[in-house]
Design a protein around this ligand. Sequence first.
Ligand SMILES: C[S@@+](CC[C@H](N)C(=O)[O-])C[C@H]1O[C@@H](n2cnc3c(N)ncnc32)[C@H](O)[C@@H]1O
Length: 265
Amino acid sequence: MSDSSSYLSQAGDRHFDGLADKFAASLYGGLRGELRLALLDRLLPEMLELHAQPVLEVGGGLGQLAGWLADRGHPVTLTEPAAEMLARARRSLEGRAVTCRQAPLQDLPSQVPGPWPLVSCHAVLEWLADPRAALATLAGLLAPGGQLSLMVFNRDALRLSNVVKGNLDKALADRLEGQGRRKRLTPISPLTHRQITGWADEQGLEVAAVAGLRVFHDYLQRPPEDEAQREALLELEWRYSRVDPHWRLGRYLLYTLIRPEEPAS
Ligand SMILES: C[S@@+](CC[C@H](N)C(=O)[O-])C[C@H]1O[C@@H](n2cnc3c(N)ncnc32)[C@H](O)[C@@H]1O
């Protein structure tokens, strides 16, 4: 395939067909994935009210978050458009209370309308052509009082990391987004905190909590050399994940957005 359009869905999104191996190896096969899962394990119970309520997991990828939720007693509906990602998720989730469905986010209002007390959507919006419309769709799936656990790739952190790597012209031109070509894992729609809070506001969602993931890891001059250093890095990432200004430059921003209860009539 020669042009980027061949890799994008009709809606212009980058479904991860053809990317499962690379994604599994380059993210979850290394320290970045280890940190992500360890931080989510600590942050989610702090940032969400979790009481074994049903969860709609959107763009569930390889199924790690669905597995984490199922292990805590939540019945999970995992949705994912890419067949090969879904096949891997199904395999790794065998025996757990997870129902898997092949569907893009845009089809969820007709396929699994809910309303849901808890929706999770991690690291998906940045792969979509229209993340603002996607957030509106997610908001529409929430029950009154429902929580959305939203994680997005942070455009501001991407700029910093490009400058640190010496990609000065790219940073000056603010040409930070990927094109969705071939097997590139640079998101096509990196997002800012300002965009998320603005779009949440448009949908009447309240920002109940925010954190940054990987606030230090990407700027290390030397990778941790042993388990003790990996542990120290995890402790630093954890300690500053919700501290201003550090969270603002996390590679990912994690939000709890809440749909307010409807006023009693
Ligand atoms: C970076 S992966 C994240 C997977 C998983 N949520 C995680 O955090 O590991 C992005 C996922 O979004 C999915 N995706 C792309 N376009 C989508 C869409 N329109 N609706 C739902 N998921 C989509 C991809 O197929 C891929 O599995």
